[in-house]
Design a protein around this ligand. Structure first.
Ligand SMILES: [Zn+2]
Length: 378
């Protein structure tokens, strides 16, 4: 490969990585005056491109598509992507724009592998389905899961704790739930530890590693383990960054239980247990002293999990949207079909986390709503 070919490849790699990392909204807003109109994913503004020499008084001629990261100035009929925008704003060449933007995003601009971890760590897209791979035993899966959590737990947890604290979830609750943060700078160290402890194919079968022999948990760094009899058997991770899709990544295999369901084992019968959507809502209630279990997605309740809820008074507090209402109605039916105590439902003005963040008396209000709903249900 000659020099120019090599450089072209390098720039292409950096462009790809810039586009996986950039947050278009904050990128473009840096250059625009305060007078910006936002409708949906489209931004309209006065055009700041120096070479256009706009008077600054005319119409908002610059239109930006935040979804795709494209701009267009209607008055000069010039447009392109974010890299082109950087070139025009700073009066630099394409390759210099790429280098400057990559550095600004913390991407290593030299060498092949180091800077493109986001690409190397991507989960396999052609992952074989559960039928065709030799799957691990529950024991093996659990051992991999536990080792990964321990390796991450040895790293600095502060960013993760801060992220959750901003959502009203305190460090004690985080610790009790076993939530772990995986700092990006620890990526190689944690990957090495896992490779030292397990065979590669075992790590690949667990979904922790991909076919490129890299750890797939890179962009999703807040890890939520599912415990069965005090051992983590599965985990799902979410991104803490804006603009990363999908928001979630998990180990291979099926969600084994309701989230936080292991708390039920030691709880006295007839306790009120809240059924909510997702990790944040579950931990929000836990932080306020309520017993709560979480669904992964509004529609995620499986009939085989109802047995674990049978001896409690269960109150669903799902999101007050169409999906939440549909799910609540379906779960009421599932509970009724099973013949045990019925499911009571409450609808809050927002999701549980928002409700608790914005109302000082949220705990009391929820308890009263739950009592009322249980009374109606008999
Ligand atoms: Zn312009």
């Amino acid at each position: 490969m000659d020099q120019s070919d090599e450089n072209r490849k390098r720039l292409q790699r950096l462009c790809d990585e810039i586009k996986t990392r950039i947050d278009y909204r904050s990128f473009f807003l840096r250059y625009l005056s305060a007078d910006v109109r936002l409708s949906g994913a489209r931004l309209q503004s006065l055009c700041p491109i120096p070479s256009h020499e706009h008077s600054g008084k005319g119409n908002a001629s610059l239109s930006i598509d935040l979804q795709r990261g494209l701009f267009h100035c209607f008055s000069r009929d010039e447009g392109g992507d974010a890299i082109r925008f950087h070139e025009l704003m700073h009066g630099v060449s394409f390759s210099r724009a790429v280098d400057e933007m990559a550095r600004g995003l913390g991407i290593n601009t030299r060498g092949g592998g180091e800077g493109s971890l986001a690409l190397y760590s991507a989960p396999d897209t052609d992952a074989p389905d559960a039928e065709t791979i030799a799957s691990l035993t529950v024991e093996q899966q659990s051992a991999v899961c536990e080792a990964f959590l321990n390796a991450c737990r040895d790293e600095d947890q502060l960013e993760g704790l801060n992220y959750l604290a901003r959502r009203g979830i305190d460090a004690t609750t985080v610790k009790r739930a076993g939530v772990v943060y995986f700092p990006r700078r620890a990526y190689r160290r944690v990957m090495r530890r896992m490779l030292d402890s397990f065979a590669l194919d075992e790590l690949q079968q667990s979904g922790l590693f991909n076919a490129r022999e890299h750890l797939t948990f890179y962009r999703h760094r807040l890890l939520f383990p599912f415990y069965v009899e005090k051992r983590p058997v599965y985990l799902q991770a979410r991104t803490t960054a804006a603009g990363v899709e999908p928001r979630w990544h998990n180990m291979r295999g099926n969600v084994p239980s309701l989230y936080n369901a292991d708390i039920l084992e030691t709880m006295p019968s007839s306790t009120i247990v809240y059924l909510v959507e997702g990790f944040t809502d579950t931990l929000t209630l836990a932080a306020h002293g309520f017993a709560a279990v979480g669904l992964v997605g509004a529609g995620g309740l499986k009939a085989e999990w109802l047995a674990t809820l049978g001896r409690f008074r269960v109150v669903a507090a799902l999101d007050p949207d169409a999906a939440g209402r549909r799910a609540a109605a379906r779960y009421e039916e599932m509970f009724a079909t099973r013949g045990g105590p019925p499911l009571a439902c409450v609808e809050l003005s927002s999701d549980v986390n928002d409700f608790f963040r914005h109302r000082p008396t949220a705990g009391l209000e929820l308890a009263l709503l739950a009592e009322a709903a249980l009374e109606v249900r008999g």
